[in-house]
Design a binder for this molecule. Structure first.
Ligand code: ADP
Length: 369
């Protein structure tokens, strides 16, 4: 059973989990890196702390979560100088996400020079989306020059959860079509046909698609021009507004759906509208992906909201019996693996995601020649 250390480096945090086979033998979170009173002064100190507190003897690999793999990376990739240079070249595409992963990679390579390091990309699973699903109808020469297209994210989660759904249905992955709904702080939908992603809601960055805790999801791009030209906001302020002060927090002041649900329960109209906007957007994507896939075996909810909110699951899929979709209230309340009534053409599932386990498995796979 080989040991793999999975590192998920954010700009101010490092999440780690040590796997012996599929078992977790250590895990932790180092937060507020570089802030006063934080757990570490920088990523190097954070990793040093992990290495001092966790026994890393016999480590087979370090698996790094990297958000953006751009057009090149469609598989987990053994890291060398060339790969690092290519991930660096992708920073303009993912300025909010890739730099932290790069500093984690640099420090881990220095501190563990004899251990293979593997980059596992959030975008990779979506490399199978056909050209018509990733191409936007904009000036082709601009798109090509600046690598503008849909990439999609949360790939490790959609991959893991769609495979688990096939297991729940006791069907071969190759014959199973699933719409996966990853609803966490970030949120995205994915259409998975026989184990391969064929459509997803996030785009060039993790900003598009569903309504999220602090991100807007899909908007007409004219909103940006209008905020710049008419409202006079500089571009970086618009970016901050749409990535950090939009979504649920933009509509209600609360980015945590639990708070929004409580306020809605108490009759708060702001929270009620935000909830309706949130569920309506998911529903629109479910409808779109039913049409993309043609035949669907299951719709699967996952991540913080998807796994824990019966209210969101029920509201999102209400009234779709004529499409073969229904939610059983009791199964939904208990978050059973299958929450649709027996005998429905499309199963509705709740499957806990495990991105770190998927990263560990993919890292091991990348070591095979
Ligand atoms: P991340 O994307 O950071 O990994 P998670 O997948 O853990 O986040 O999801 C976090 C979100 O899950 C929180 O914003 C919270 O609103 C939501 N959540 C967690 N538990 C519940 C619950 N019982 N009901 C509704 N929402 C929940």
């Amino acid at each position: 059973m080989s040991r793999v250390l999975v590192l998920n480096c954010g700009s101010s945090s490092v999440k780690y989990r040590l796997f012996d086979g599929a078992e977790t033998s250590a895990k932790g979170l180092i937060e507020r890196i570089g802030e006063e009173g934080g757990d570490a002064t920088d990523h190097r100190a954070a990793l040093q702390h992990i290495m001092e507190s966790v026994d890393l003897a016999g480590l087979a690999a370090v698996g790094h979560r990297v958000v953006h793999g751009g057009p090149r990376f469609s598989d987990p990739t053994l890291i060398d100088d060339d790969v690092v240079a290519d991930v660096e070249a992708l920073v303009p595409l993912a300025p909010l996400h890739n730099p932290a992963a790069l500093s984690g990679i640099a420090v881990a390579r220095k501190l563990l020079p004899d251990v293979p390091q593997v980059a596992v990309f959030d975008t990779a699973f979506h490399a199978t989306i056909p050209p018509e699903g990733v191409t936007w109808a904009i000036d082709k020469s601009l798109a090509e020059r600046w690598q503008i297209r849909r990439y999609g994210f949360h790939g490790t989660s959609h991959a893991y959860v769609s495979r688990q759904t096939a297991k729940v249905l006791a069907k071969p992955v190759e014959e199973t079509n699933v719409i996966t709904l990853h609803l966490g702080n970030g949120a995205s939908a994915c259409a998975v046909e026989g184990g391969r992603s064929v459509a997803t809601s996030m785009g060039l960055s993790p900003q598009g698609g569903l309504v999220m805790g602090t991100r807007s999801g899909d908007i007409d791009p004219t909103v940006v021009f209008h905020l710049h030209r008419v409202a006079g906001l500089p571009l970086d302020e618009i970016e901050t507004s749409l990535t950090r002060h939009a979504g649920l927090v933009g509509l209600t002041g609360d980015n945590d759906l639990r708070a929004v649900l409580e306020r809605r329960q108490a009759g708060d109209p702001e929270a009620t509208l935000a909830f309706d906007v949130y569920c309506r957007r998911i529903r629109e994507y479910v409808g779109a992906y039913l049409a993309v896939l043609g035949r669907v075996d299951a719709i699967t909810f996952t991540a913080g909201v998807g796994e824990n909110s019966p209210v969101v699951r029920a509201a999102t899929l209400a009234g779709l019996e004529s499409l073969g979709i229904a939610v059983d209230p009791e199964r939904n309340r208990r978050a059973e693996r299958i929450i649709s009534p027996d005998g429905m053409p499309i199963a509705v599932c709740v499957v806990p995601t495990d991105e770190e386990l998927e990263i560990a498995d993919q890292s091991r796979a990348a070591l095979q020649p």
